[in-house]
Write a protein that binds this ligand. Structure first.
Ligand code: ZN
Length: 492
């Protein structure tokens, strides 16, 4: 389906008058152990919408029990359990489940969660942290209270930064004045912020073993609570997608702490540049969000992420809010800021030449990003998909395919030249493909010029006379749906 069709369907959904169910089901049995959370019971309309949006949503008590068991036993592996637990708690809101059914799931949860006998309130008062050192399952235990207190300080520091920048507080569960933090061994995950009306959960075993994850993961999970304050998971009509939810929460790790819990969040899009932004990325969309913030920082300190989230809060739309922010904040005359596809083509170029975190004034945002090992992560350029060294009279051809909002990079080096020669690059796009092309010249390791034929027809020919020592790169990015294409490169 075309990306724009998704946006259209979502826009239609927003105009349907569907009420939001306010009925919540508190899980009393878990409260006795120190976990406070409530499930939102959905009405029939809301339930139908959820099942349509998520084919993997468990629909019966048996499916729900099996799904919960899979999560609890490490059957789902992901860094942040936002999606997995989000699905579990949405499924618990199924209007066809009886109170006894919900009680059964609560009993299942209860059977595996340790009682949390210790607690600590941060001096600033936004967090109440609970943990245990008495669980029979020793990986639940935290012996050193300083680990918990430091986490409280990391959370408060992130809270202060978010409120100062976004002028909004992270979502605090209905009827509560603080966000509760609980620690236990969550197999396969570092942390969870879902459901909105529940605690932030951190993996005690990972917390004890890997000090480097505590600061970024605290900021990451708290940013999910800020997303909830902007309507994500709290407005049932608001769109979702991991490129947004995990991508911006990973961006927040860098924003709040200058570090990430996993280097791949920063390096994935450099190692493989053809990963469709909206359909395929998650945590690893982080460099795109840094580019988005950097490139639109027309005034020092301005953060386009704030504008984007405000638009999302008002409309519930993701891609449309992002596009609007780019169009409004970018220079009016520049083709790169006319829509998301053109902006992405610019990202493909800036990522390639290492300028993906440079602001219009030339400043570099987040010049140092640390990994969980405390070492700087510094991705350089992107891998090349095809490269050729061609003598005068030679040509090379190849076929490729690119994703929507993904990019391929190809290079031709005219070799053995003693005088200027003509380089010809010819692209034949498949009839249904929608592509954008960028030509980059380099000489003696320096960028000489860029050509961006914005609005070019799908087939494209570029020719130019180049000096000896010039390298010519073709960057192909996918618009709309991306697609197949073939390329011939010649030196004449
Ligand atoms: Zn997350």
């Amino acid at each position: 389906m075309k990306r724009h069709m998704f946006a259209l369907l979502a826009a239609l959904a927003l105009f349907c008058p569907q009420g939001r169910s306010e009925e919540t089901i508190p899980l009393r049995r878990l409260e006795k152990k120190g976990y406070h959370l409530a499930v939102r019971r959905l009405d029939d309309q809301a339930w139908n919408r959820e099942t349509a949006a998520d084919p993997a949503l468990p629909r019966t008590l048996a499916e729900l029990r099996a799904y919960r068991r899979r999560i609890a036993t490490g059957g789902v592996h992901e860094e942040c359990a936002e999606d997995a637990y989000g699905r579990l708690y949405v499924a618990l809101g199924n209007p066809r489940l009886s109170d006894a059914d919900v009680g059964q799931i609560e009993a299942d949860l209860d059977g595996e969660l340790p009682a949390l006998e210790s607690s600590y309130e941060t001096p600033e008062g936004h967090f109440l942290l609970r943990w245990t050192n008495q669980s029979a399952k020793t990986s639940d235990n935290i012996a050193d209270p300083a680990i918990v207190e430091n986490t409280g300080a990391y959370l408060e520091a992130a809270w202060t930064k978010y409120v100062a920048k976004f002028a909004k507080e992270p979502y605090v569960p209905a009827g509560k004045t603080k966000i509760e933090i609980v620690f236990f061994d969550i197999p396969g995950f570092l942390g969870v912020a879902s459901p909105p009306d529940g605690p932030i959960q951190f993996n005690s075993a990972q917390w004890v073993a890997k000090p480097g994850i505590r600061k970024p993961t605290s900021s990451h999970e708290l940013f999910h609570k800020l997303q909830y304050a902007f309507g994500y998971k709290t407005n049932p009509l608001a769109e979702s997608g991991k490129w947004f939810s995990e991508g911006t929460a990973s961006w927040a790790e860098v924003f709040a702490t200058g570090s990430v819990s996993k280097a791949g969040k920063v390096t994935d899009l450099f190692d493989v540049s053809d990963i469709g932004l909206i359909e395929k990325t998650s945590y690893n969309s982080l460099p795109f969000w840094i580019f988005f913030e950097s490139r639109l920082q027309t005034v020092p300190g301005y953060c386009a992420m704030v504008t984007f989230l405000q638009k999302y809060e008002a409309t519930g739309k993701l891609e449309a809010s992002l596009t609007e922010t780019i169009v409004e904040d970018g220079p009016a005359q520049s083709v790169y800021f006319s829509d998301l596809d053109d902006f992405f083509a610019l990202f493909a170029r800036e990522r390639f030449r290492g300028a993906w975190r440079t602001t219009p004034s030339g400043a570099k945002l987040y010049p140092v990003i640390l990994g969980p090992d405390g070492k700087p992560i510094d991705p350089k350029g992107t891998g090349l998909d095809q490269y050729f060294s061609l003598s005068k009279g030679q040509s090379a051809s190849f076929a490729e395919s690119v994703s929507a909002l993904g990019a391929d990079h190809h290079r031709v080096i005219p070799s053995g030249l003693t005088a200027p020669a003509k380089v010809v690059i010819q692209v034949d796009a498949a009839p249904e493909a929608s592509l954008a092309y960028m030509i980059v010249w380099m000489k003696d390791g320096k960028y000489v010029k860029f050509v961006y034929p914005g609005g070019a027809a799908n087939d494209y020919t570029y020719q130019a006379t180049v000096e000896p020592g010039t390298w010519v790169f073709l960057i192909v990015s996918g618009r709309e749906e991306g697609g197949n294409y073939s390329v011939t490169m010649k030196v004449e």
